[in-house]
Design a protein around this ligand. Structure first.
Ligand code: IMP
Length: 483
């Protein structure tokens, strides 16, 4: 009677050697909270396998918030002997990596056990230039990349002309490879010597950390070390499984993440698929069937200038800027009114404001919509059934919420995902409506969640075939329900 459920994240980790934290949507699902937890409380090794500085996660170091784009959260435990790996599947921007090392230096955080894959691809300056010029904009059907050179770097990798980390330490080879690639970037008049000169100080700096990380990973596994794989982006942004062509250029599924760190997905004992619930988000262009406000929202979010500050001003929400950061109350009555608006566009802006959905890497407003069961069912098929629901607390105060359990496509009802743009743009999601709920931050026992939320979770599990193992009810580590 009245006994709180004492099950915690630790209980999930019994007999587990390998954990992966993978997003099952379009990124930004709050992986960071779980990666941080496993990295700081459990792992001996933390590794990333895909992507580059298109990702971003906030790491609290010595009470200060730092946004890292490349280095996994586990780095704060370096002095305890924890290893941190930038894996073979990654694309690495050397100045950005060097900047992150500077940040660590300035906070007195060591990185003696950092391992950088000799096989990872280098993001060259000409990749960044090309990406910014051709892929960053969403105008004219552009995908709205983060402009970090991710796509061009992976393009060179696949075309077998990419520069990999170990090339940096062989001047002749590096020079030959850059000479060969020049013709691919005619708009940039690449001067190989200048490029090499600009990169050498960074290359020298990282040299002590460059290793055959695949062999190291295999050794760690043999030694019984506990390994955390930190996913980047999300399944629907995967080059293989995402909403192509509106995707990133790596396979950020469980399979791709494991492969990019030198492992097989079969070796992952606890693959956790993160699902924002009961709303979800997308940044950049591409179809999003359950988007609140539909195309109007997509177009609006693609335009420049709709920053958090602008939206707060436009909708008359009281706010202040403290130390360069905008502060406002996500539960301001005006925002609650917006999330209950009859106008879906306004409702979408309200969800963005109440949940603080603005990009960590780019500051862009994220498109918002209802969590899509069809998408999740697809994700369960690829990343496995274990689900972690995040941010349901953000929707406190909404009178009702919806979950999609099917699409109407022409005259037909469809409950299977297909990533084709034409299909996703033409379907009408079929929703089940649930009664809203109030504050749930303080709840630690699944049984004490509001009945409508429990009912929604039960329906969601039945429809998707997933099993909800964890529900996050706030940003703090303690604000977690483990079933
Ligand atoms: P790229 O990875 O910079 O090439 O961007 C390709 C697409 O993926 C764009 O729509 C980006 O907005 C999206 N994207 C890339 N990284 C992230 C991320 O970490 N979170 C959410 N979206 C991302």
């Amino acid at each position: 009677m009245g006994v709180e459920n004492k099950v915690g994240l630790d209980d999930l980790l019994k007999d587990v050697q390998t954990v992966a934290v993978i997003c099952n949507q379009w990124g930004d699902t709050g992986k960071g909270k779980f990666s941080d937890y496993f990295a700081s409380q459990w792992a001996d090794v933390t590794a990333r396998g895909t992507g580059g500085n298109n990702a971003g996660h906030t790491v609290v170091v010595k009470g200060k918030e730092k946004i890292f784009h490349l280095i996994p959260a586990g780095i704060s435990n370096d002095s305890n002997g924890q290893f941190t790996i930038l894996g073979n599947g990654m694309v690495i921007d050397l100045p950005v990596l060097s900047h992150e090392l500077d940040e660590l230096d300035s906070e007195g955080i060591t990185y003696n056990n950092l391992l950088i894959s000799k096989d990872a691809s280098v993001i060259m300056p000409y990749h960044v230039n090309r990406d910014k010029a051709r892929h960053q904009s969403q105008k004219g059907g552009g995908i709205g990349s983060t402009g970090r050179g991710i796509g061009p770097s992976y393009t060179d990798k696949v075309a077998r002309r990419g520069i990999i980390i170990e090339d940096l330490f062989d001047g002749d080879r590096l020079s030959r490879k850059i000479e060969k690639v020049r013709e691919v970037y005619p708009e940039q008049a690449i001067n190989a010597d200048e490029v090499i000169d600009s990169l050498m100080p960074f290359a020298d700096r990282i040299k002590p950390f460059v290793k055959d990380t695949v062999s190291e990973m295999h050794r760690f596994i043999r030694e019984g070390k506990k390994v955390l794989l930190e996913g980047a982006q999300g399944l629907l942004l995967s080059i293989e499984h995402g909403t192509y062509p509106y995707v990133t250029s790596s396979d950020c599924s469980l399979n791709g993440t494991a492969s990019g760190a030198g492992l097989s997905a079969k070796m992952i004992d606890l693959p956790l698929g993160i699902v924002k619930f009961p709303f979800m988000t997308r940044v950049g262009a591409g179809p999003f069937p359950t988007e609140l406000g539909g195309r109007a929202s997509e177009n609006y979010c693609a335009e420049d200038g709709h920053t958090k500050a602008d939206e707060l001003k436009h909708y008359g929400i009281p706010h202040q800027t403290v130390g360069g950061k905008i502060r406002y109350d996500g539960n301001d009555p005006k925002i609650i009114e917006m999330i209950n608006s009859e106008d879906e566009f306004i409702q979408g802006v309200g969800v963005r404001l109440t949940a603080g959905e603005y990009g960590a890497t780019t500051g862009r407003p994220r498109r918002t919509g209802w969590t899509d069961g069809v998408v999740t069912r697809y994700a369960v098929g690829i990343n496995g059934p274990l689900l972690v629901l995040t941010k349901p607390d953000s929707l406190a105060g909404a009178k009702e919420f919806r979950l999609a359990y099917g699409y109407k496509s022409g005259d037909q009802m469809v409950d299977t995902f297909s990533k084709s743009e034409g299909f996703l743009r033409s379907v009408t999601p079929q929703y089940q409506i649930y009664e809203g709920y109030g504050d749930i931050n303080g709840i630690r026992d699944y049984d004490k969640l509001p009945p409508s939320l429990k009912k929604a979770i039960g329906n969601f599990e039945s429809f998707t075939g997933g099993r909800v193992a964890v529900i996050s009810v706030g940003a703090d580590r303690e604000e977690t329900i483990v079933r």
